[in-house]
Design a protein around this ligand. Structure first.
Ligand SMILES: Nc1ncnc2c1ncn2[C@@H]1O[C@H](COP(=O)(O)OP(=O)(O)O)[C@@H](O)[C@H]1O
Ligand SMILES: [Mg+2]
Length: 288
């Protein structure tokens, strides 16, 4: 699918339309700044990152790195800070009054504070737990971000909407009803339309907050397949409370507890021979 999508992308690209790098291609604007900290081969990173809601510490000195074109799962009990951590990468927490942060959070080697939030959110897309299509047509849902970028040309919009839907593995199901309301689709289809909306603006990173937890097992399996397919072109950070799912789809897993990162390792290792007793207790179901 990804190869086909890239071929379609190349066929689609026309001079003078959108001057943006292909998905996954290094973006010069996000290149590591020479001499600024350690060399950063990673796509995402945090160092001693803390976040407070008022006086409540939701993240405590969290440090980890995420390699380009990989999937990292974030697991841990409810309230441990998974969503807060995810939202820190595209500055969505900035929208919450009373939030204060310390330490460093990087995308593509740059501190997120140095990047314009609107541009950051295009590069770092987000998919939520509940599919949240707008009460508009399937086409307009996927075209939404493109219109925000100022693209008006109908042929270009159509090409990019199709590409987003193809990459999200839902084109064949909706190609003959693009003008129908997205709300008429099943939950799993709605979630893939939301993923298409995210992909249409060509992000480099996709943040997914429990993207399948509101879906049935068949729709969940399709989302999992899609994540594995997308990681050839994108860097993915996915929160899940389903440990089997983390084991199936991720290369690395981060285990959080009470705002602290307890363990971060290659997924098979974390699930088969965790280094920390707390991780072992959690994955064996002693709490959570
Ligand atoms: N908007 C907010 N305002 C105040 N506290 C919040 C807010 N969002 C989350 N929290 C608190 O921060 C902690 C982490 O929450 P969250 O990141 O949602 O955890 P998780 O996604 O792991 O369930 C919890 O104690 C939660 O109550
Ligand atoms: Mg959450």
């Amino acid at each position: 699918m990804a190869t086909e999508a890239r071929a379609a992308d190349a066929a689609e690209a026309r001079p003078g339309t959108m001057a943006r790098p292909a998905p996954g291609a290094p973006d010069p604007a996000l290149a590591p700044v020479p001499g600024h900290g350690a060399p950063a081969p990673s796509m995402l990173g945090t160092r001693e990152f803390s976040l407070f809601y008022g006086t409540h510490p939701a993240l405590k000195k969290v440090s980890f790195e995420v390699a380009r074109h990989s999937v990292t799962a974030i697991i841990g009990p409810s309230g441990c800070g998974k969503s807060t951590l995810l939202r820190s990468f595209n500055r969505m927490n900035d929208l919450i009054p009373g939030v204060r942060t310390e330490g460093e959070i990087r995308v593509g080697g740059r501190g997120v504070g140095e990047v314009d939030p609107v541009e950051l959110r295009r590069r770092v897309g987000m998919v939520f737990q509940r599919p949240n299509p707008f009460p508009k047509s399937i086409f307009e849902n996927v075209a939404f971000g493109l219109r925000m970028l100022g693209i008006k040309d109908r042929a270009e919009l159509e090409g990019r909407v199709e590409l987003g839907l193809r990459r999200a593995a839902i084109w064949d199901e909706v190609r003959d009803r693009l003008e129908r309301s997205a709300l008429q689709l099943s939950g799993g289809q709605q979630q893939r339309v939301c993923i298409a909306r995210c992909l249409a603006v060509e992000p480099e990173v996709i943040l997914m907050d429990e993207p399948a937890s509101a879906l049935d097992p068949t729709a969940t399996a399709r989302i999992e397949e899609l994540v594995l397919d997308l990681k050839t072109s994108y860097t993915i950070l996915v929160v899940t409370h389903n440990m089997q799912q983390a084991a199936r789809i991720s290369d690395h897993t981060v285990f959080m507890l009470n705002g602290e990162l307890i363990e971060h390792d290659e997924t098979p290792r974390l699930f088969t021979s965790p280094r920390q007793k707390l991780t072992e207790d959690y994955i064996t179901g002693r709490f959570g």
